[in-house]
Design a protein around this ligand. Sequence first.
Ligand code: NAD
Length: 480
Amino acid sequence: MQTQLFIHGEWRDGAAGKTMEVVNPATEQVVAEVASAERSDVDAAVAAARGALAGPWGALSARERGRLVWQLGERLLGRADEIARLETLHNGKPIFESRQIEIPAAAECLQYFAGWADKVHGETVPVKGNFLTYTLREPIGVVAAIVPWNFPLLLTVWKVAPALACGNTVIIKPASQTPLTALALAEMAAEVGIPAGVINVVTGPGATVGQMLVEHPGIDKIAFTGDTATGKQIMRASADTLKRITLELGGKSPNIVFPDADIDAAVRGATTGIFYGKGEVCAAGSRLLVATSIRAEFLEKVAARAAKMVPGDPMDPKTRLGAISSKHQLDRNLRYIDLAKKEGATLIAGGGRADIGTGKGFFLQATVFADVTPEMTIAREEIFGPVLAAIEFADVDEAIARANQTPYGLAAAVWTKDIKKAHHVARRLQAGTVWINTYNVYDTAAPFGGYKQSGFGREMSLHALEHYTQVKTVWVDLNQ
Ligand code: NAD
């Protein structure tokens, strides 16, 4: 397991020798001491990334770059069992999710963007006058990828894959709680022959190391996923150096169930929509909007399914609800549960801390509240845990109004067998992703990102290429 900083192809301690503890949230044990970077380490990482941009990485052909990114995907697949265990170790997510879904998705993302490397190109432009005018699509430069703890490797790769494919170099700043898989990614990059300086990892607190990256004049772009408040702070702090930024922020995504839906499918969608990843998912379906006419039957089924989602040892392949990522997040969930009760919501499933028989770990029951009104705190604020707020609506217009009654706009879902109604509602929802009769499906070829205060820019898909390239126009005078 790598625990040092990775700068210019070398593993090293932080300049001041400081470290941070990484805790397994399922056992509460410290599993690693990871280096904490200082300003001089950040400067060294920037120098390494700038050097590689002008040097070995910039000198490679686009196809050769693509081949190396593809090989990084192959290496990740080859080490998938080990990397999935590492992901579960520091995050507490079920091994089923890390091994079967997220590590394969990360490898697929690398290989999808590897394919783009030699297909991103400029155009010739039919201008007036006797000129040859063409565009070059060039990398932006050094990209800092600032990543949260909920999908530590996948969200890193969503940034690193398009950045490298387009010829940029990167500095990764993983979340302090979950740095292990980003460090493993750097190790694999070196193994497949990606040149020194192309991928660097600086670990340390967001308030210091993250902030240094955001303000650093040697960095050209920030790709950030995390809290909306942090996103706003990053936007302000990056203004002085006019960095390019893409922000993928929080959500309070509505899952709308109409009376003519396939009820059992919608019950499954409502529960996996909030309980996958322990609800620590930016696109979690945390607001369940149910038509009044089916409310009682529907919520009974949702509560019954939630009761069966018993938290278990994240390393057990049968577990579907793991440990909350940290004590801090567990307490935050419990505070919101308390507040929901005080504000008059009705608890119909879960609601408390769980013990998996070890007396240790940050486990929380799958929790569902009924009788939530749009004004209640749990209907408005992102909890970021396995806590579902069920709200009623009377008709299509009220469903849409309630769905859009949030500053967020990351995702939404509609459950109905009426195809016209489904498309009508999809058009009126203010969200970057709308699922119809499904929830939480993603593909590297499909764009993902926010409307409103859920951020801007798109990750994955060809739209991501726009955010990792800039266009240069070249004019050639052809007059004699
Ligand atoms: P955060 O936004 O503070 O952290 C995300 C990343 O940003 C981490 O790597 C962190 O070290 C870094 N960071 C923090 N402050 C920074 C700064 N000033 N400058 C640069 N980088 C900085 O998120 P958090 O504190 O880990 O979680 C708080 C809440 O954010 C959660 O409870 C949840 O509601 C939300 N969240 C959302 C997402 C998402 O994907 N939308 C992911 C994680 C957390």
